[in-house]
Design a protein around this ligand. Structure first.
Ligand code: SAH
Length: 326
């Protein structure tokens, strides 16, 4: 039975499905059955655009670690590491600055774990943050929270997915939509508890917004095109914009500190994306144009620079990662 048939049968038996259950089921199938990244896949992420992204993330994390007194037991951790590209680029910089902690990757997809093992042969994998060692974390989550399930409500009514005999349909179809995510709040709460107990800092990078917004941000991507989010269950990448105010609240409710939120473009440029691009281009003159184009994609206002945001969560006695302020 295809996933679409399974979902149709489930709706016939149990009635319309809340959006969060739909998103969880579809994305679990989606990520378990493919490597979705890159030109041949459905979407391209910042670390796949250029090594500069992971290098600057690594520089920010290792700088934070040094300012925290370089605790030896600290580990690198990442949520949803994709192909492991970000981890490999970040750790290369961190190792160069004296960090020798282990790498812990949180990943549920067996297909992506395999890809990660090629880039990060010495890493340890976990299904959930519960599995992380009792040690200070230098953690990054890039385009992870956008894949976690959200709920949508219209007035008092929860938005669900039904089937009209021909296709999957939203019930109710329209109205003013408000989104929330118990899954994100739970995840961030658990992460904050870990940081409070054992120390550390976490960078959250994703597309999203800072103040509570209303409106439908659910989207589906397939072969780099936006498609109807109900048309290809388990076969398109379902995401929603991340509510950074809700992330900050979930972290602070546990006693963790949060930084301000910056656009990805501002943050990367503040950390030295320009000089890094020039140094790379000087070493590889034939690549100069490609490197300049990658900088533009990562930081340009009309590209990822403005849409993507960065925020950090840290234990109050740990320093805030560079460039983010209080
Ligand atoms: N961070 C990577 C990949 C982003 S795609 C990059 O920037 O390239 C989202 C990643 O999160 C994938 O690796 C996916 O398998 C993983 N993922 C999605 N839902 C998850 C969950 N509930 N628990 C753990 N990993 C999950």
């Amino acid at each position: 039975m295809s996933l679409a048939e399974e979902l149709k049968a489930r709706i016939a038996a149990e009635g319309p499905m809340p959006l969060d259950a739909w998103m969880e089921t579809c994305n679990a199938h989606y990520y378990a059955t493919r490597d979705p990244l890159g030109a041949d896949g459905d979407f391209t992420t910042a670390p796949e655009i250029s090594q500069m992204f992971g290098e600057l993330v690594g520089a920010a994390l290792v700088d934070c670690w040094i300012r925290a007194g370089a605790p030896e037991e600290a580990v690198y951790a990442e949520l949803g590491p994709g192909r492991g590209t970000l981890a490999a680029d970040a750790l290369r910089v961190m190792r160069g600055a004296g960090f020798s902690g282990a790498a812990h990757l949180i990943e549920t997809s067996p297909t992506l774990r395999e890809a990660q093992a090629k880039a990060m042969p010495d890493a340890t994998w976990h299904d959930d943050i519960d599995g992380l060692p009792k040690a200070p974390l230098l953690l990054v989550a890039n385009e992870f929270f956008d894949a976690l399930p959200i709920r949508q409500t219209i007035g008092e009514e929860e938005r669900k997915i039904g089937h009209d005999g021909e296709r999957f349909v939203f019930e109710p179809a329209g109205g003013e939509i408000v989104e929330s995510s118990e899954a994100i709040a739970r995840y961030v709460g658990g992460l904050a508890q870990h940081l409070i107990k054992y120390g550390g800092a976490a960078l959250v990078i994703d597309y999203g917004y800072g103040r509570g917004e209303t409106g439908d941000t659910l989207q589906a991507l397939k072969a780099h095109e936006k498609v109807d989010p109900l048309a290809f269950p388990g076969d398109s990448d379902l995401t929603a914009h991340v509510d950074f105010a809700a992330v900050a609240k979930a972290a602070r409710d546990e006693g963790a500190a949060t930084t301000g939120m910056l656009s990805q473009g501002n943050w990367l440029e503040t950390l030295g994306l320009g000089p890094r691009a020039m140094a790379l281009a000087a070493k590889n003159p034939a690549q100069a144009e490609a490197i300049a184009a990658a900088r533009q994609r990562l930081a340009g206002e009309d590209e990822m620079g403005q849409l993507f945001k960065v925020m950090a969560i840290h234990r109050p006695d740990w320093p805030a990662p560079a460039g983010l302020g209080a």
